[in-house]
Design a protein around this ligand. Sequence first.
Ligand SMILES: *[C@@H]1O[C@H](CO)[C@@H](O)[C@H](O)[C@H]1NC(C)=O
Ligand SMILES: [Ca+2]
Ligand SMILES: [Ca+2]
Length: 308
Amino acid sequence: MWLFKYIAFTLFVLIECKKFRFDYPNYDSEVDGWFKFHRIPAVWRDARLRCRMEGAVLASPNDFPLLGGLKRVIADNVGTSRGVYLGANARFSKGDFSSIAGVPLARMPVDWLPNEPDNLDNNEECLMMMSNGSIADVSCSRVLPYVCYKKSTPDMLINDCGTTDKEYNLEPRTGSCYKFHRVSRTWPRAYMACTAEGGHLAIINSQQEALVLKEIFANNSPAQVSINSRETMHIGIHNWNERADWTTINGEPIPEPEHHVYFQGQPDTEEFCGGMMRDGELGYSWCGVIRPFVCEMKPDSLQQEINK
Ligand SMILES: *[C@@H]1O[C@H](CO)[C@@H](O)[C@H](O)[C@H]1NC(C)=O
Ligand SMILES: [Ca+2]
Ligand SMILES: [Ca+2]
């Protein structure tokens, strides 16, 4: 009896240790990973990107366990009358459907809905799945809910910053964690990336933090940053389309800078986004320009349970 208890306890501990992040709460041993249902529907392109930014992948029924897991998630969240996007798509080449991991559709244990596939208007390069596992080809611009999947891997360790993302570093001077993104994005996409990672675009709360951000930028030379616009990085400052009314993205005032804040001269009522230049000056920037950026996260933000 004690042996049984011991084994049960050990199993319990092993299973309990399988953690990813609070919004992927339930480890599913059949798929050795976690699912997250995204209730806010999106076009396929945004669905894929959000899963990727969360460190996961837009789910596909690559094998029987994944099919079973997906069917359960769909049944629990959307019922039987609606469908969700799959990762599997034919965007690279019409008709050649395969999952994001490269598994061809012909190898997936799925059936088509009645009268599908029909490639309506020769414009259906994405797939939707119902809770019974039947699929249909649909336009990738449809707005549908979706499911992200994270496979458990041996190198998944939760670091000081509460994340498995090794690029987040804890900064003792501010108590926050930061990640510099060398792959440039527009400001809205940068905002999305930071949010998906469990944080937000870096917010300057003190002179000390302004200095920390300047140092982070300095540690990433222009040659290490992906494309043009290497001299300014996006941070969490916005003018809310109100010319000079600059605040942080949390609506807080920007701390009185020692350095000059170059926020003058922009046209009326146009949307501008805040950036920091290599010399530490803050300035405004077109939101649509792709630039490197810094995300900030509190060490407990991804692991805290939700209080309901
Ligand atoms: C799955 O459900 C749809 C309706 O939601 C139905 O049209 C289809 O025939 C079902 N597929 C199977 C294999 O039962
Ligand atoms: Ca169709
Ligand atoms: Ca901050």
